[in-house]
Design a protein around this ligand. Sequence first.
Ligand SMILES: Nc1nc2c(ncn2[C@@H]2O[C@H](COP(=O)(O)OP(=O)(O)OP(=O)(O)O)[C@@H](O)[C@H]2O)c(=O)[nH]1
Ligand SMILES: [K+]
Ligand SMILES: [Mg+2]
Length: 406
Amino acid sequence: MEKIKAIEDEIARTQKNKATMGHLCRLKAQLAKYKRELLLPQAGGGSGKGEGFDVPKSGDIRIGLIGFPSVGKSTLLTNLAGVHSEAAAYEFTTMTCIPGILEYKGAKIQILDLPGIIEGAKDGKGRGRQVITVARTCNLLYIVLDIMKPIDHKRIIERELEGFGIRINKSPPNIVFHKRSKGGINFSTTCPELTYLDADSVKAILQEYKIHNAEVLLKENATADDFIDVVEGNRVYIPAIYCFNKIDQISIEELDIVVKIPHVVPISGTFVAMSNPLIPRVICFPLLLAKVGMQKAWRFAFLFTALLRPGHHRWNFDELLEKSWEYMNLVRVYTKPKGQLADFDAPVILKSEKRTIENFCNSLHRDLIHQFKYALVWGTSCKFSPQRCGKDHVLADEDVVQIVKK
Ligand SMILES: Nc1nc2c(ncn2[C@@H]2O[C@H](COP(=O)(O)OP(=O)(O)OP(=O)(O)O)[C@@H](O)[C@H]2O)c(=O)[nH]1
Ligand SMILES: [K+]
Ligand SMILES: [Mg+2]
């Protein structure tokens, strides 16, 4: 920890220019190495696994709820997935991983409620490591934040996740990297201008890893951190939505600022009547309508009616689900048995990176691909309807497929 701090300080102290680029790159590589050592099971005490955290995967896709204590994660799970996860006003109410299942657009989505994490979680504080280890297995994260708490909490959570090799809302760097047994460092690029790295800084980084023979091809203007991520090789790239919760506690003007932050969905899981200055807001509403114009007024009107309806406990969950659907990038494929209508009630759900006809067959039955002759496909992935396709054909959302066997 001390070494990490010392390197971080040195990076902060060092001026950033062409002359110091190699030195900075070397420091960043050292930092990444020490951080990795810290995360090895034997180094910081206790492995990532723990009792109550080994929840088996089920459903088509997995969402994890990450956040500080008492931001409303359990309340959110209970609201979304219809299972009960204990929620209370004290911190660390949840101690293990609680799964629930939500069905949306025919997909079965596993949602995991997790204990709250605190700053320093990745270094072994609290149950942080177990929590972040589970987070690495998720296909989408809800980073739940309490709107009444300081906004830096967002940055702190991001840092904890980053420190554990999770990259949020980012695609893997477009870098080709192969270790070789001889031939030195072969550096090349297809990018017209590199502003963060060059042959020397790449060599400096690789020296830190004692790699002397490798092929490096930068296909984008990558940073030193991007390149280190590729060399380290154990990073996971996960989309995330920031759920700003307890929106019932803030004013409309504040809400308007929150919605401008990228990847944010404001929500409210419970309505606490006592803490809510509703009456003055209702009086102000007609005035506001005149001031902010029709489009915004609609959104606010929705908020008002939601909050005024007795017993209504959720606000803006529709937007949360729609955005989640977009971020999960799932593809629904309908099966059409020969001579029958397609089954539109039970789509086969494929992930967007694995959506060929072969993937479709495999998710129906393990042996189907061996009997496969060709497929008839109706939908936007084809020019003709139906079109005869082979097993490598890439399917699109809402295609209809009939498999013809040998
Ligand atoms: N006002 C308001 N209170 C909420 C909302 N959602 C949750 N709460 C309250 O916040 C408190 C904490 O909720 P939990 O669901 O237990 O929070 P958690 O994040 O699971 O907490 P830990 O498991 O302890 O980390 C409870 O008293 C909830 O009733 C909301 O949208 N608005
Ligand atoms: K709590
Ligand atoms: Mg909880």
